[in-house]
Design a binder for this molecule. Structure first.
Ligand SMILES: O=C(CO)[C@@H](O)[C@H](O)COP(=O)(O)O
Length: 223
């Protein structure tokens, strides 16, 4: 089983002090930085692009940057994020005309590739591409905003994708994103996730180390 990763979503960080927020959350025990890119087209919100990713690298961030593209089209922006220092790039199959080609593009740009399934996207979309992926990201909210509630059907989906990954025998990460909190993360881990995105639960907490520590302890108990 792969190691546990806690990836705070900077969507809920204070953008006026972003470098400091990222430093603080990494010092508090976070493993990755989750970087939500929204285009006001694929999703009804507008956030940050490659320049901000590059700025974080120039600021001195060395942790993996986990870029979640909620943009359409996808391919045009992939090389820009690779140059800006992204470690992983994940995208939605609905936003790419050629899913396999986009995966190859991400990998040939030097990044790891992830595919993101919305709450209503069937797991069969992973057929034929699963073994080309480094990560599967299951959305447990509809993409576009932080602070939403975890959709319970994501647990069954996690179990199904966990089985698919285990059957493949490949070291593919299973990431969950949306409504993840210290008080529901154990059940999410038991359903098969190893990589946990949490935005509001971490950045709205007064003590980042305390909440990340409680999340890691709950995951360790469940796994
Ligand atoms: O991608 C998204 C939303 O589209 C997520 O990364 C959210 O930003 C997670 O926020 P919380 O639900 O943890 O507040």
């Amino acid at each position: 089983m792969l190691s546990t990763v806690i990836a705070p979503s900077i969507l809920s960080a204070n953008f006026a002090r972003l470098g400091e927020e990222v430093d603080n959350v990494l010092a508090a025990g976070a493993d990755w930085v989750h970087f939500d890119v929204m285009d006001n087209h694929y999703v009804p919100n507008l956030t940050i692009g490659p320049m901000v990713c590059e700025a974080l690298r120039k600021h001195g961030v060395t942790a993996p940057i986990d870029v979640h593209l909620m943009v359409e089209p996808v391919d045009r922006i992939v090389p820009d994020f690779a140059k800006a220092g992204a470690t992983l790039i994940s995208f939605h199959p609905e936003a790419s005309a050629h899913v396999h080609r986009t995966i190859q593009l991400i990998r040939s740009s030097g990044c790891q590739a992830g595919l993101v399934l919305n709450p209503a996207t069937p797991v069969e979309v992973l057929d034929y591409v699963l073994e080309d992926l480094d990560l599967v990201l299951l959305m447990s909210v509809n993409p576009g905003f932080g602070g939403q509630s975890f959709i319970p059907s994501a647990l069954d989906k996690l179990r199904r994708v966990r089985e698919m990954i285990d059957r493949s025998g490949k070291p593919i990460r299973l990431e969950i994103d949306g409504g993840v909190k210290a008080d529901n993360i154990a059940g999410i881990a038991a359903a098969g996730a190893d990589t946990f995105v949490a935005g509001s639960a971490i950045f709205n907490a007064p003590d980042y180390a305390d909440v990340i520590g409680r999340m890691k302890a709950a995951v360790a108990g469940a796994r």
